[in-house]
Design a protein around this ligand. Sequence first.
Ligand code: TXA
Ligand code: MG
Length: 315
Amino acid sequence: MEPTIFPTKSEIEQAAAIIRRGGLVAFPTETVYGLGANALDAEAVQRIYLAKRRPASSPLIVHVSSVAMAKKLVSDWPERAEKLASSFWPGPLTLILPKNTRIPMEVTAGLPSVGIRMPAHPVAMQLIEAAGVPIAAPSANLFTKVSPTEARHVREGLGEAVECILDAGPTEVGIESTVLSLLGSQGTILRPGMVTADEIEAVIGPLGAPEPEAAGSHASPGMHRKHYSPATKVLVTDALPSARVAYVWWRQPRESANSIRMPADPAQYARQLYAVLHRLDSESLDYIVVEPVPESEAWAGIRDRLKRASSESTR
Ligand code: TXA
Ligand code: MG
């Protein structure tokens, strides 16, 4: 492993100054790199949508550096939120709660609720603290593309649209946070991730059934079915087509194919997945073929991302 060179304190200070004056900063979190702006500044937040070429109908996640900061953004902080925050924050769990008027409508795409999480990455935490404001940040990729797990992916995807990139090496978790709605009487997972339903239920009791996704629309605004996809067609199958392919396997290699071995452990698999997709996407293949992954709960977030990456629905 190469040593990770974290941004210096003064670099983080400079980035925080950019946030305070309404600019954009790409920064590492434990999941993926985010494209951040001052969450309390509507104009700054609009720049995020422009840079990502993302429709304004997709709500953003607000990143905080303390539970106290989170509480200042919502009209209700239920007992369940308190329990989940103390169990999983800082970490890859986003809570959807009713917002208050401090959060501009631009952040939530007009919704009365807001997604909030405290990221488990020292650079992200220091940036929020130095800026002194919550930071709204989607993943730092063009809309519908694969999220960045390295600073290089941000540079390749967003180019000059981003003023500053804080580089802290590859991210640990590798796929986006679990998004959990706390709006109903029972919590509902809107986007699975590496914090699993089982782990959440152990803290707050039974969750409601996830909302089925209707074709063409999305259960949660912003949860477009085709999301997280490389330009190269992705197939999730162990039947190899006769074409120029790479085979991304974890259990059973294929001799004929350009084989990419993935770890059999879900946490390790998730950590590497997007870097593999980014790399293979630049190899002019006909298909990226991915061996199906296990059906267990621990793989739910990975199955979701593979399904989206291979989805035929329109962008
Ligand atoms: O790990 C992550 O969550 C990364 C890092 C940067 O924190 N961020 C991320 O953001 O993945 P983004 O914008 O790519 O995805 C945010 C997801 C959207 O799919 C959206 O549906 C959901 O969070 N979301 C945000 N606010 C919501 C709200 N008020 N109601 C329902 N869903 C919401
Ligand atoms: Mg995203």
